[in-house]
Design a protein. Structure first.
Length: 506
């Protein structure tokens, strides 16, 4: 991971904070600048900001940046005004994007220190909430995967520090706590993005298992167990092994548990699809964009990073991540269309299309989840192109039969800004995945492809509340968004952590 951004929270004290670095100020469209309490900069700085807003009524447009280099003595070296759009349309999600733009503007002007003045009273949000959003926005917006760059053409100098200035002394403690939480969550998103961005020759199932193992070194409540092929064979995980059979890379079944809660309480189980590469297998994919299939382990990365964050935050909860990891490759030993696999559950699957491999490895992982008698199961998977067709690139598809669990996910998604939309999972879809020669078939063709995939998964889930999240779209963004550079987004990490925090009321 790239160099760390140092985040600090300070109380604004009138007239004292001039030399903390480049100053970012958030402004609403069509509004004058409301001075924060204890305005920490001089009168001239305040007048300058007011003058800009008076002359340019568009400066407050959403994400608009106005950069000035004031000359007067007490001024910060650079001031960035960032538009928040109209006050009555303001959301925390827009604020994350605005904060990201402030961070990017500061960095591109080669500033290494950024101060953001946050006055929750005029931002109409809870102070800690706004500060957390600022940290996430700045950090996530500046992400870059540069592990394999030996030469930096632009000589990028990273932003080194972010100072959050808060006006009211009474809220500073809560702001500090939430800021520290946001730093940890952002690190978890970085972890997921790094893993997803790693090419398949560098990140094999074995390496992924080692990375999971390495996470446990400093944390005693985090445990990792790795099952290798012989153990999977003994357990009868033949659906997973069928997918792995075309590859020379050993599959790994990675189990990460964080037991931070009461011993007697049933754990939550997260299941994450981890195809370190999906070529399609014998049903080979076309060449175009096949390189992006290194990201087909984004579900596995998300659940790993979420459980890692839960342990970093010390949440009082029990949660287990199950990560079936393999490649899907063609080869002499590869599984063929028409083959029938006997899954760990005993149910048989006719392989219609070897490119519908995600549901095969998840079938065994979801069955394995029953061992934990879980309080709930959430699987996260880059499962279907059909989900992208249905909802577009930025939206996660949600399917499941458990109303309350779906409500919990919806609530978390509204809080984190990760868009989740439900697709139905009615009885008729289950008809479509029945096979003539086996219990199920792994593909029902194109119509309703995201849903028939979910219907397939549901057949392997025990009597536990379960929700399936199809992240095929947002896991890998072909176009960046406000605080997600293009490429690996780390979608699901913040959502799952928020879900866990909500359960803990934290
Ligand atoms: N990993 C893919 C789904 C995917 C496609 C993710 C594009 C991200 C971007 C999955 O394994 C797959 O190939 N699904 C097939 C299923 C079909 C053969 C029934 C699909 O969506 O085409
Ligand atoms: Mn596939
Ligand atoms: Zn796949």
């Amino acid at each position: 991971m790239k160099s760390e951004l140092k985040v600090t929270v300070r109380n604004a004290v009138a007239g004292t904070d001039q030399d903390l670095g480049c100053l970012g100020i958030f402004v609403f469209q069509g509004e004058r600048f409301e001075k924060a309490d204890n305005w920490p900069f001089g009168k001239e700085t305040l007048n300058l900001i007011r003058k800009i807003l008076k002359r340019n009524d568009l400066a407050g447009k959403l994400y608009r940046e106005t950069v000035v280099f004031p000359e007067h003595g007490s001024a910060p070296p650079m001031i960035i005004l960032i538009g928040l759009g109209k006050r009555n349309e303001f959301t925390l999600e827009k604020f994350r994007g605005a904060a990201a733009n402030a961070g990017k503007a500061a960095q591109s002007h080669r500033e290494d220190k950024l101060i953001l003045l946050l006055d929750p009273s005029y931002l109409q949000f809870d102070g800690p909430e706004v500060a957390g959003a600022a940290v996430e926005g700045v950090t996530l917006g500046l992400y870059k995967f540069s592990a394999f760059k030996t030469l930096d053409r632009e000589e990028v100098r990273d932003l080194k520090s972010l100072t959050i200035l808060v006006p009211e002394r009474s809220r500073a403690k809560a702001v500090r706590t939430e800021t520290a939480v946001a730093v940890k969550i952002s690190r978890a998103v970085y972890l997921a993005r790094d893993l997803i961005s790693m090419p398949a020759n560098e990140l094999t199932p074995t390496v992924l298992a080692e990375k999971a193992q390495a996470l446990t070194e400093k944390r005693d409540k985090l445990k990792v167990t790795i099952l290798s092929a012989p153990e999977m064979k003994r357990l009868g995980m033949n659906a997973l092994l069928g997918v792995a059979s075309g590859s020379v890379q050993e599959p790994k079944f990675i189990i990460v548990s964080y037991l931070g809660g009461d011993e007697a309480t049933a754990p939550l189980v997260f299941v994450g699809k981890a195809l370190t590469f999906d070529s399609g297998g014998i049903s080979l994919k076309p060449a175009e964009k096949m390189d992006e299939m290194k990201s087909d382990m984004a579900g596995g990365a998300a659940v790993l990073a979420a459980v890692s964050a839960a342990s970093e935050l010390g949440l009082p909860i029990n949660v287990v991540a199950l990560i079936p990891a393999t490649e899907n490759m063609p080869g002499g030993k590869a599984c063929r269309p028409g083959d029938i696999l006997r899954s760990m559950s005993g149910k048989t699957i006719e392989v219609i299309n070897t490119d519908a491999e995600g549901r095969l490895i998840l079938a065994d992982a979801l069955h394995y989840a029953s061992r934990f008698e879980p309080a709930a199961i959430i699987d996260v998977a880059t499962l279907t192109g059909a989900c992208i067709v249905a909802l577009g690139e930025q939206v996660t598809g949600m399917m499941g039969a458990d109303g309350p669990l779906k409500e919990e996910i919806k609530r978390a998604s509204e809080q984190t800004g990760e868009m989740v939309w439900e697709l139905p999972l009615w009885e008729n879809y289950h008809e479509q995945i029945k096979s003539e020669v086996a219990d199920f078939k792994n593909s029902a063709g194109r119509p309703g492809g995201a849903i028939t995939a979910a219907a397939f998964l549901s057949s392997f889930v025990g009597p536990y509340p379960w929700v399936h999240l199809d992240i095929a779209g947002p896991a890998w963004l072909t176009k960046g968004t406000a605080y997600h550079p293009k490429g690996a987004s780390g979608v699901g990490v913040r959502l799952l952590v928020r879900f866990l925090r909500n359960r803990c009321r934290q």
